[in-house]
Each structure stands twice: as C-alpha cells, then as structure tokens.
Design a protein around this ligand. Structure first.
Ligand SMILES: Nc1ncnc2c1ncn2[C@@H]1O[C@H](COP(=O)(O)OP(=O)(O)OP(=O)(O)O)[C@@H](O)[C@H]1O
Ligand SMILES: [Mg+2]
Length: 497
C-alpha cells in the first residue's frame, strides 16, 4: 500500500530544546496510526508542524506523493488535513454551530455577504446526527462540559472531509460512551480511506483501535510496529528505553488511626446523597464510579467548592467546615484537579512560579521570598518527575501537556497536605512519570497523611488503593478492600442507575 502521508526527516527547535530531530515515518490510507512517546517526546509539535501551526526548520511532508508546506491551519484544512488539538481552544461566547462553521459560514447566496445562521444550525444538527454526537448546536460553548466541547471539536474536524485527521489525546476528557462514539467515528473514517493519526497515553485504547504504532523518544523516531505484534510491555520499553519493573510501586506503609471523617454529606444540587466515610492516616482511599456518579462533586464539596446541604466533617476528631477552598487549604487539604486547562495553570508565569504559588510561606527568607528556596524546591520536582524543560524559569505554557500536569502535581505536594484530594491526577501523563507520581503518593501516605483518589482508570485504583469506595448516582454503593476485582467494582458502580 502506498503512503498517504510521508514524513521525511522533519526537525524543529525551540529556544533551548530540540523538539524534533529528523523524524521520518509514513501513514497509510484507511488505517489508524498511533503516535506514542513520553511527555515532551515531540508528538504534538510534529503534528503542529504538519498542520501549519508551527513552521518546521527542515525536512518535508508529502501528501499522496506531493510536497506540502502549510503556513496556516486554514491552508491545511483546505488541502485535506484536519487536527483535534490536545488543548481546547474555542471561543466560549460563540454557539456550537458558530464554532463549527467559523470562517466558512453558509451564505444566503454568493452575491450577498450575509451569513445564513439557520442553515449553519441545520448543517450542524445533521453533522452531529450522522456522528451520534449529542450536543445542541444552539448552545453557547461556555455552557458545555469539557467532554462535550471535545466532541464538538471532533465533529468539526470530521466535517472538513479531510484525508488526514490528527487526534491529539482526544479521549483524555471523554467518558466511556463518548470515547466509544469516537472509536466508531474513526472506524467509519477508515472505511472512507482516511488516514488517522492518533496520539494517546492510554495503552489499552491504543492496542484496541490502532493498526500501526510509531514511538518517539526525545524528539527522535524510534520505531514503527504493527499493533498486532505489540503488547503494553513492548510499547513501554520502546517509549522509556528500558523495562519498567511494574506499573505500580508496592504498598508497604502502615494504616493508622482515623484521620478524617465525613458524615452524611449531601450537596445543595443533589449530586451527592448521604455520603459517609472515614479516611485513616497512611491510607489511600480510592473513589470509583461511572461518569456522573458524583466522584468529582464529592471532592469539590470536601474542598469547599460547592455548598453543603447537610453533613459534617471531622479532622482528627475536631469538627471542621471547609466552607471555601481557602478554609480547606488552611485545614491542610490540597486538591489536584482533572481540568488543568480550566483551572490551575497560570500560562504566562514560569514553571517556578506555578510550582511554588500555593506554598509561598515555606519559601521565605525573613519577610522576603527567597529565590534560592523557590528554585531548589522547583528543581527537585523537575528532576523527580522528569519535567522536560530547558529551565525552571521557562513559561509553563511552552511545556508539553503532560509536563504541565506534573507541575500542578508538584505544586500541591509542596504544601505537604494532611489530606490530599486527587481527581484524575495522571491524566495525559506518560507511564514512567505515572510511576513516579504513584511513588510520591505512597510516600505521602507513609508519612501519615491521608489520600483520596478519584480515577476512571480501574487498574490505577486497584493497583494503588487500600480501599475503594464505589459511587453510583450520587450515593455510595459499597466499599471494597484491596484485592477486589474490576467486576465487583463495576457491579457496585451500576447499582443506583
Ligand atoms: N511553543 C513552545 N515553546 C517552547 N518549547 C516548546 C513549545 N512547544 C513545545 N515545546 C517543547 O518541545 C518539546 C516537545 O513538546 P510536545 O508538546 O511536542 O510533547 P508531546 O510529545 O506532545 O508531550 P505530551 O505527551 O506531554 O503532550 C517539549 O520539550 C516542550 O517543552
Ligand atoms: Mg502533546
């Protein structure tokens, strides 16, 4: 089969970083080609060079044998190359239909400049229907959830009728149903002869949907393999360059006295009903459940981000209230959230500033902030988590997506929290760095702190937690201890649906 897209010795540097070093491989028509590699390996940069967001320094792209060199993404779209970006970049005030047809609105006729909004809405409706996307074309983007916004982006990319579609970590914010919708869209596109380039850190997903897998490391091409010949272990070895002994560090701490108790918690908007549990010192308590089961709402409520209708909180026997995030932080709580784009990142600030911002009082020298202390703290986490950056002074927005998430994690670790709330903390983070994060969580537990972990990755919960509380329809449907299987948890998760 001839290559639909050929990538030949493409190189690209940023100040202080060689992001791409003579990368070559090709993508066949009618296949899904996965692109994998650790955070900062250069995956997004390569695709942005193809799509006209960045200019490559050297090398070439060939589409059906013809050289292409797009200067803008608009040019790429008009020539049959579309891309769904890792970071959502939509205008929130616009409606869904306006977003989908931005820059190419249907007109009443070719002589009049007026755009036909009704027609745009009708076309969007038709498009969504054909793709089984369930979003109202008239809704304002800012009213949608992150996953709905992601589905709109996917539908939009498909609507250009492109020959090559790049998906950069499309499922990082999708629930299982939405991800399955995406996979069937991809199947359809493949049948039409499209070439799909698919970037993800989720091994199970990659092995399920891709035909070929290319691995990059440190800006270099490593290998391309038939997906059928690969296993998770083989991919990890190609990505990391060595074998990992396991995906989860051993749990070996002691579980101590009760640390934190929540009693009969309900929230005002009925996402949570009567939730009670106790977290012990040294314990990692997992929260499992399907999308919409109230997992995130529970953490938000504990952290003072939503109003409590009823219920009480006790920290070491003392009643606490956590009525606001500020109060929760004062009580020794920290919250690593799943939406690094919506909350948490201060793009124009440096990595150092982003890292120390929640623990400033620990970096004082007399009454002044000590640059030395802040740098030491930041550099130690850069090393520990393998944050790929030329310097601690680099602006955080120039980091790759996964490396930004590592900075957020470091920020909250530095507050040395008594109770650490984690909501999908390893989303978009590569396997090697995940292991480091798990180790840090373990160490924190060992030091007598308590951890509550929400994750939709079942293996992560099972591999890491001492107990798992399962939620279903806003209620707790059961708690299982270490050693419980996926099936048992899934049964509990569907109990109150
Ligand atoms: N606009 C930019 N300015 C400076 N450096 C950049 C910029 N974009 C990317 N880089 C650097 O280029 C390297 C490759 O980043 P890239 O975003 O391509 O990684 P990635 O493989 O997509 O990682 P992830 O899995 O975390 O998304 C990183 O070291 C990153 O810091
Ligand atoms: Mg990326």
């Amino acid at each position: 089969m001839n290559a639909l897209l050929e990538i030949r010795e493409v190189s690209k540097s940023f100040p202080g970083v060689k992001a791409l070093d003579k990368v070559s491989f090709s993508v066949k028509a009618g296949t899904t080609h996965a692109l994998m590699g650790e955070n900062g390996a250069g995956k997004s940069t390569l695709m942005k060079c193809l799509f006209g967001v960045y200019r490559k320094d050297s090398g070439s792209f060939l589409l059906e044998g013809e050289k292409i060199d797009f200067k803008t993404s608009r040019e790429a779209l008009s020539r049959g190359v579309a891309m769904v970006h890792q970071e959502l970049n939509q205008a929130g005030k616009l409606t869904v239909a306006e977003n989908v047809y931005l820059g190419r609105f249907p007109k009443y006729n070719k002589y009049l400049p007026f755009i036909n909004m009704k027609e745009a809405i009708r076309l969007t409706e038709k498009l969504f229907e054909s793709l089984s996307v369930k979003v109202d074309p008239r809704a304002k983007i800012e009213t949608l959830s992150v996953s709905q916004r992601q589905m709109v982006e996917i539908a939009k990319a498909v609507s250009y009728g492109a020959k090559i579609i790049v998906f950069d970590e499309p499922t990082s914010s999708l629930n299982t149903d939405e991800a399955n919708t995406l996979f069937s869209i991809i199947e359809k596109l493949k049948k039409d002869g499209c070439g799909i380039i698919y970037i993800s850190h989720k091994m199970e997903e990659i092995l399920r949907i891709s035909d070929e897998v290319t691995v990059m490391r440190d800006g270099k091409y490593i290998a391309t393999n038939d997906a059928k010949e690969l296993t998770t272990e083989k991919i990890i070895k190609l990505m990391v360059g060595r074998e990992l002994s396991g995906r989860y560090p051993e749990r070996n701490g002691e579980i101590g006295a009760p640390l934190f108790t929540a009693e009969n918690l309900s929230d005002e908007y009925t996402h949570l009903f009567d939730v009670s549990f106790t977290l012990h010192r040294g314990e990692i308590l997992g929260i499992a459940g399907l999308d919409g089961s109230g997992r995130t709402e529970l953490l938000e409520n504990l952290f003072g981000l939503s109003t409590r209708k009823s219920g009480r909180l006790y920290l070491e026997g003392q009643e606490i209230f956590n009525r606001s995030a500020e109060e929760a932080i004062k009580n020794g709580f920290a919250f690593v959230t799943e939406e690094r784009r919506a909350s948490g990142i201060f793009g124009i600030l440096s990595i150092r500033e982003n890292t120390v911002i929640s623990s400033l009082k620990d970096h004082l020298f007399g009454p002044f902030l000590s640059n030395k202390k802040m740098s030491e703290a930041t550099v130690s986490y850069i090393k520990r988590l393998g944050i790929k950056t030329p310097s601690e002074k680099t602006k955080i927005r120039s980091l790759s997506g996964g490396n930004q998430q590592k900075v957020i994690f470091a920020r909250w670790m530095l507050t040395d929290p008594t109770v650490l709330l984690l909501d999908e903390p390893t989303r978009g983070i590569d396997v090697g760095a995940k292991y480091e994060i798990y180790t840090l969580i373990n160490e924190l537990a060992k030091a007598g702190r308590g951890i509550i972990l929400v994750s939709s990755e079942m293996p992560e919960l099972i591999g890491l937690c001492d107990r798992i509380m399962v939620m279903s329809g806003g209620r707790q449907s059961g708690t299982v201890s270490r050693g419980a299987g996926e099936e048992e948890i899934m049964t509990l998760a569907t109990r109150y649906l």
